[in-house]
Ligand binder design. Structure first.
Ligand code: C2O
Ligand code: CU
Length: 477
């Protein structure tokens, strides 16, 4: 079940597909009005595996998994009231949006947690258009793992011309034979290894057999990896997707290396695909990230109609840049953050012991990871001391070094980072990211302007890793 975003005037509406044009006109007329909405977090049930399969007890925003798309407009103020009907504290983090610190959703650090029965009003004006997402930042491992997540789409002022604008929010679940969410969140062994990788992958909240396709279409597909721990590497059989944005930020359009789109937890990648397959055929979308565990996420199922245009569109799909400040590399302050810990491939502990000292380490305390020898655990709390403090407006180059034997999608709140190099080699396509996927032993250099004042989290987005110590705080003062 693709979610079709019917907002702007698309080529399809130009081609005369019914009410599309009227809808576009109405939305345009309302464009400048501030966005005002309410979201309720509460338990409900969802049919993840599809019709004929049992329902699953989940926690959800507005009763759906994933939660409703929060559609915002670039530069237009938004006010979102979040009401907590769970039986535990929650918050909402607007992942990737460069917003004021007090709206960032980190309990203790940026706001008091939202208690059961209470609500909190988030108010911000998104500076950047693109694909973002929202999720809890309290008891995150379990709350995200039970279904609390949704996409945020910040609409461009001038949307690009595509026939369809689609969202695939992918999520990974660990279900029992009865279709319930398996217990055992926070298993210490997993926390020191790959994290809680599940057994069921859903696309917009359902296991997907197929997604409809029409020959000749150009689609924009917004991929969101909402998994706790599963890294994905997607291949579109018979197709040549072009990456047009990463983590909401437009990049130089390019085909992914080897045709594989690497999507770590919390990452978003927007691709453009010209659907040049044959009418009536099906093409698999395969995830083969884990050796020997390849499976297909869905199939593009072409209808029997003739192509909607004789030749593919020529101009590449390119998006207008967002107003992210350009770091001054010549005058940047340089720092290093080293990721440590976890189990070795062979079962021993890596990088622990001596380096960290202080008795806080060791599996007994539920601590398995560290950044620069320090382990902050949980989801955020009051009194977290910053590892680094930057003067506001300074350009910063950070080197992230992964000394561990595991993959880590490293997320920095409140900023977008320009990825400069990976293992010494310059990154070929300029891309800004808020979540940088690091392979074992990788060293990645990123740069950004520390222009957003406040205390910001930097953590691994494998939720077990974050909870077990792979988290720190950077201050912009
Ligand atoms: Cu998407 Cu601190 O998280
Ligand atoms: Cu990690």
């Amino acid at each position: 079940m693709s979610i079709e975003l019917s907002y702007p005037m698309s080529r399809r509406s130009l081609l005369g597909a019914g009410g599309g044009f009227l809808l576009a006109t109405t939305l345009r007329a309302r464009a400048a009005a501030p966005i005002d909405r309410r979201i309720v977090a509460a338990p409900t049930r969802a049919r993840l595996a599809g019709v004929g399969h049992p329902e699953t007890d989940v926690w959800a925003y507005d009763g759906t998994v994933p939660g409703p798309i929060v559609r915002l407009r670039q530069g237009v103020p938004a006010r979102i009231v979040v009401e907590n009907q769970l039986d535990q504290d929650t918050t909402v983090h607007w992942h990737g949006i460069r917003l004021p610190n007090a709206m960032d959703g980190v309990p203790g650090l940026t706001q008091p947690p939202i208690k059961p029965g209470e609500s909190f009003t988030y108010e911000f004006t998104p500076p950047d258009a693109g694909t973002f997402w929202y999720h809890p930042h309290a008891n995150s491992l379990e709350q995200l793992g039970r279904g609390l997540a949704g996409a945020v789409i910040v609409e461009e002022r001038e949307p690009p011309m595509v026939d369809r604008d689609l969202l695939w929010l992918l999520a990974d679940w660990r279900l029992t034979a009865e279709g319930e969410i398996a217990a055992g969140f926070g298993n210490r062994m997993e926390a020191a290894m790959s994290g809680r990788v599940g057994n069921t992958v859903t696309l917009n909240g359902r296991v997907s057999e197929e997604e409809p396709a029409r020959a000749g279409e150009r689609i924009r597909l917004r991929l969101v990896n909402g998994s706790l721990a599963r890294v994905m590497a997607l291949r579109f059989e018979g197709h040549r997707p072009v990456i047009v944005a990463v983590d909401g930020q437009p990049c130089d359009p390019h085909e992914p290396k080897g045709g594989r789109i690497l999507l770590g937890p919390a990452m978003r990648i927007d691709i453009a695909i010209d659907l040049q397959g044959e009418p009536g055929r099906r093409y698999r979308v395969i995830d083969d990230f884990y050796d020997g565990l390849s499976y297909w996420v869905t199939q593009l199922a072409y209808d029997d109609e003739a192509p909607i245009r004789a030749h593919p569109l020529e101009a590449p799909l390119s998006l207008l840049r967002n107003p992210v400040p350009e770091p001054d590399l010549a005058d940047a302050e340089r720092h290093e953050l080293t990721l440590q810990g976890g189990m070795m491939g062979g079962g021993g502990m890596a990088g622990m012991g001596g380096m960290m000292g202080g008795g806080m380490m060791g599996m007994g305390g539920g601590v398995a990871w560290a950044i620069n020898g320090m382990s902050m655990t949980g989801d955020g709390h009051a009194g977290m001391e910053p590892a680094l403090t930057f003067r506001r407006g300074r350009s910063i180059v950070l080197t992230l070094r992964n000394q561990t034997a595991w993959w880590h999608p490293m997320h920095f709140h409140g900023h977008s980072m320009l990825v400069l190099s990976r293992n010494g080699a310059p990154v070929p396509y300029r891309q800004w990211q808020d979540t940088v996927l690091m392979a074992p032993k990788d060293a990645v250099e990123v740069a950004f302007v520390a222009d957003n004042p406040g205390d910001w989290m930097l953590h691994c987005h494998v939720m077990d890793h974050q909870m077990a110590g792979m988290m720190t705080v950077l201050r912009v003062a």
